[in-house]
Design a protein around this ligand. Sequence first.
Ligand code: ATP
Length: 328
Amino acid sequence: MGIEVVVENLSKSFGSQNIWRNVSLTLPAGEVSALLGPSGTGKSVFLKALIGLLRPERGSIWIDGTDIMTCTPKELYEIRKMFGVLFQDGALFGSMDLYDNVAFPLREHTKKSEAEIRRIVMEKLELVGLQGADGKLPGEISGGMRKRAGLARALVLDPQIILVDEPDSGLDPVRTTYISQLFLDINAQIDATFLIVTHNINLARTVPDNIGMLFRRELTMFGPREVLLTSEEPVVEQFLNGRMIGPIGMSEEKDEAQMAHEQALADAGHHAGGVDNIEGIVPQLQATPGMPFRQAVRRRQERVRTILPSLPARAQAAILADDAFAQL
Ligand SMILES: Nc1ncnc2c1ncn2[C@@H]1O[C@H](COP(=O)(O)OP(=O)(O)OP(=O)(O)O)[C@@H](O)[C@H]1O
């Protein structure tokens, strides 16, 4: 099973620019979580902080009983081996074919024989649907294939925590759904903890078990998907519907005057953007039939049941009305 990640009161600045402050959240073990937020709110910075690539000034990041904010470099090195990271462009080496790219972490970090490496590389390439493409160079394949190759590479050391930075960037909506399905199928197979950073509304609505949102240098919310998807918090509603009306502006924040001006335009019939105004919850994607049952589903339902009374009324009603929830 994947590993729980507990973040407590984390704050990060670059010089005088505060990126976010007092961020606290728990990524439940083996569940898929997504972190949303307008551009520039520090989502990628947060991912980098989780693997110790960037150092926040304050707070704790507990991974498997170790606070990586205070641990030794040797401990951090060991903790990092638990992570698989999929960067936006796959971060492949352009001069190596897919086989050597995927084999790279195994050759760097293990003493496995080339025969063993071949078995693992071929298995992971097949897992992401790239069998037969092992001899291709990254420049010879599509963006979607590059992402899948990056995912295969992120999986070779059998990570227990998988971080994904904007999997939809540069992908069409169909390929975005395919890679989203792949995340859930991989989660069903290896039960790793996932954190996906995205601003893709479809992905946010249909993939994660839990959703968080960064805005105005704070974590506005983090919780079970039902909480965010039924939230009346203006910034969450605006973001999930991709509308101009709301607190998020072109340069992230708006003043009162601009909000009033935009509301007046909308009231006069101007289209505020967003193709739909979805109320409530759309069903979550499931693992593909034939895959193992996703253990995270059962664990999450047990967890949500115990916190149910503390959730907002709309979230409680949505959870109680969910047939899938009642079946387990
Ligand atoms: N190494 C760095 N040094 C200084 N500033 C940085 C560094 N890395 C990121 N930043 C700043 O931190 C802020 C947040 O950046 P980040 O890339 O995390 O945002 P994001 O929410 O992931 O945005 P997007 O959705 O557009 O990718 C930006 O203002 C960026 O310029």
